[in-house]
Design a protein around this ligand. Structure first.
Ligand SMILES: [Zn+2]
Length: 347
């Protein structure tokens, strides 16, 4: 390979390792291997690009809408004779928030931030108090529902920053307990949640202890557990195809040696019909091992079959790559569509 191309290949490999490490930016796509030849080819000539798409490089990194931000705001009137519940903690106070549920401003604004980040309607529309199942429920239920929606959409919380505005009482001594409640409900580690409290400098209803308000900002990122699953699928795909690739390369290499020294080379010297016959025999033996319910023999016959298939491919000048491409193409359509497209070609 030309030196210039080697440098390009090196930068591309560095790019791939960076992309693999920074899974916040790129992630592999389920079951489907997309190779970013167009967008990230780094000007490699077509021939080198082909080499790069050998199975070991067949991880795919499709840029996705990586992070989303959400903002939630809530305000409740404070009136005497009601409990003041904030972040799941009942505060000792002479008044509490007026609301259809428990009036928890922190939970409500956090839920709205998550819903906002997901691009969903707000808490009032999603959990309407007109719907009997939501009427009068503890606000932690909305938190759990918001988390479910977030997970369904494939997101996780990167961090959550909350600011409560109230004149009295002081929140400082409850700060940690509130954060721990949030962490438990949203299944987050403690370092992801931050809570601040401010007064309103005795101005307006907030400053006169007639209301309580809260702002919450959330950063949503692709669900890391999903990404790990996808990555392991990509790794498994690469491993499974790697074996075929290695086997094929070995067959090609041995076919060029002296027939007296290599079994593969001897097969090649016997010609197409002989190789085809051998492949057919191995296929039948594989079928028989399965019919005889002999798993151990089935594994051995399958290995023989794959070897003879590689010999046949190499003889007929077909690369495993061509077969992978066909498999990839089929993966993008359903089995029924694929069968239909083949039978229509036969007509
Ligand atoms: Zn509210």
């Amino acid at each position: 390979m030309e030196k210039r191309n080697q440098v390009r290949l090196l930068s591309f490999c560095t790019f791939l390792s960076v992309a693999r490490c920074s899974n916040k930016i790129f992630y592999s796509s389920t079951n489907r291997v997309f190779f970013p030849t167009r967008r990230y080819s780094f000007g490699l000539p077509r021939k080198c690009r082909h080499n790069l798409s050998l199975p070991s490089h067949r991880f795919c990194f499709s840029p996705i809408a990586s992070v989303r931000i959400g903002h939630g705001f809530d305000l409740h009137r404070l009136e005497p004779g009601l409990p003041l519940i904030v972040g799941g903690i009942t505060l000792d106070h002479d008044r509490g928030s007026v609301g259809h549920s428990d009036g928890d401003v922190i939970f409500h604004s956090v839920v709205d931030a998550i819903l906002g980040g997901l691009g969903l309607p707000d808490i009032g529309q999603l959990f309407s108090d007109k719907e009997p199942r939501w009427k009068g429920v503890a606000s932690k239920v909305f938190m759990e529902e918001a988390r479910k929606l977030m997970k369904q959409k494939g997101y996780d919380i990167a961090n959550l920053d909350i600011t409560v505005i109230l004149e009295r009482p002081k929140l400082a001594s409850h700060n940690n307990a509130i954060c721990e409640n949030i962490c438990e409900l949203l299944k987050l580690s403690r370092d992801k949640v931050n809570l601040k409290a401010k007064t309103h400098e005795q101005v307006d209803s907030l400053g006169q202890n007639l209301s309580i308000a809260c702002h919450a900002f959330v950063l949503l990122q692709p669900d890391s557990t999903l990404m790990k699953e996808e990555e392991s699928v990509a790794v498994q795909n690469a491993l499974s195809t790697d074996f075929i690739e290695k086997l094929y390369q070995r067959v090609v290499q041995r076919s060029q040696t002296d027939p007296s020294l290599s079994w593969t080379s001897r097969l090649f010297s016997q010609g197409r019909a002989s190789i085809a016959k051998k492949l057919g025999e191995e296929a039948v033996e594989t079928v028989i091992a399965g019919l005889e319910n002999d798993p151990h023999q089935l594994v051995k016959e399958s290995a023989d079959l794959l070897y003879h298939l590689c010999v046949y491919w190499a003889f007929c000048k077909i690369t495993p790559q061509a077969v992978y491409e066909e498999l990839n193409r089929r993966e993008s359509q359903s089995g029924i569509e694929e069968k239909a497209s083949r039978s229509s070609k036969l007509k």
